[in-house]
Design a protein around this ligand. Structure first.
Ligand code: PLP
Ligand code: COI
Length: 354
């Protein structure tokens, strides 16, 4: 299906790849569609990026009924636009939709809409390794109503942002801070969905971490406050001797697509991978015994991000020698080679936008 396009009168210019940070610059157009109960999703369109007009009573402003995704489009050396596991992002969006009482979307339809939007915005896709076009599909509740219930109307939109590295550190190791006083999510709650409130709940601890000079918060489970869950915008991996350990999907952790890709690659390479409970105490003990070889995070925005320091209360550990460890580098290279179309895609993860 061809989606109607209203083009901007004058296209903007993409900044130099070298100057790109994360999430500050937006492309000329967006995809939008609306939902009404009884009618379903309707009026899909590509139009100039513009402010949205909503009633100040719109439910999203009050009760946070909102979900989003984060994925990327990459330019290959031969000028093709590539998507990495995009369908998995829309599948996860539908899981989040169910969890937040939001109507699901048709994955084939939104994949097609996204591809059409990417063709309109081709000039906005950066070309240098380490840069990409970040894609942010979002659904918000729009009923002007102050009672607490699920909305009857929603807006789905996709906006695009040319990006470089998520962290100021780039691929250099980041420092993370374990939150003792605050928790992000609890089993049975909405922690495994990509919903706005999870990020709002994370801010107070992030501010504390920043004040102490740490890039992100590492969250512990909300019940025993013992087991590691994930980090602000990424899942987390620990290489303990030859075992690659990542927290199991307990219900309060975001099931990261990069996490799943790392696990698949590690198994393909014959590594021992465990998805299991891992306590902060185990990590600190492994460090003391010389068994903790590497720590790194995984995420769409963060790609693979080595961790060089962890602080927990008054205790601090230093991992590695301020350089990314060889295993983090191996995953970073394997993932980015696939994403930029340099490696043979044996898993069917890469889709060309044609
Ligand atoms: N955990 C959180 C809280 C996130 O926001 C993200 C980023 O999307 C991730 C983990 C990593 O998920 P993915 O690899 O799908 O980007
Ligand atoms: C992502 O990696 O896509 C994220 O959503 C992380 C963050 C910017 C919320």
């Amino acid at each position: 299906m061809n989606i109607p396009v209203t083009e901007v009168p004058q296209k903007g210019t993409r900044p130099d790849d070298a100057s790109l940070g994360f999430g500050q610059i937006f492309t000329d157009h967006m995809f939008v569609m609306n939902y009404e109960e009884g009618k379903g999703w309707f009026n899909p369109r590509i139009e100039p990026l513009q402010d949205m007009s909503l009633s100040p009573a719109a439910m999203v402003y009050h009760y946070g009924q909102a979900i989003f995704e984060g994925l990327k489009a990459y330019k290959s050396n031969d000028g093709k636009t590539l998507l990495f596991r995009a369908r998995d992002n829309f599948k996860r969006m539908n899981r989040s939709a169910k969890g937040l009482c939001i109507p699901e979307i048709d994955i084939d339809f939104v994949m097609n809409a996204l591809k059409q939007l990417l063709k309109v915005e081709d000039q906005w896709i950066p070309e240098t390794l380490g840069t990409s076009l970040y894609i942010r599909p979002t659904i918000i509740a729009t009923d002007p109503f102050l009672g607490v219930r699920s909305s009857f109307t929603f807006t789905f939109f996709i906006i695009l942002s040319p990006v470089g590295a998520y962290y100021a550190e780039g691929f250099n190791p980041v420092k993370i801070w374990v939150s003792k006083d605050h928790v992000r999510a609890v089993r049975g709650g909405v922690g495994e969905y990509k919903t706005a409130g999870n990020y709002a709940a994370s801010l107070i601890a992030s501010e504390k971490a920043k004040k102490e000079g740490y890039a992100q918060v590492m969250w512990l489970d909300a019940i025993e406050r013992k087991y590691i869950e994930e980090v602000g915008a990424m899942n987390i991996f620990f290489l303990m001797n030859d075992e690659l350990v990542t927290p199991n999907l307990s219900g309060s952790i975001l099931p990261g697509i990069t996490r799943d890709s790392v696990i698949s690659l590690a198994r393909e390479w014959g590594m021992t991978v465990s998805e299991r409970l891992i306590s902060v105490e185990e990590v600190f003990n492994a460090h003391a015994n010389g068994e903790l070889k590497e720590v790194f995070g995984s995420g769409t925005a963060a790609v693979i991000s080595p961790v060089g320091e962890i602080k927990y209360g008054d205790q601090k550990i230093q991992i590695g020698d301020a350089k990314p460890g060889p295993v983090a580098v191996k995953f970073y290279d394997a993932l980015t080679d696939l994403q930029y179309g340099k490696a043979n895609d044996t898993q069917g993860w890469v889709e060309v936008v044609e």
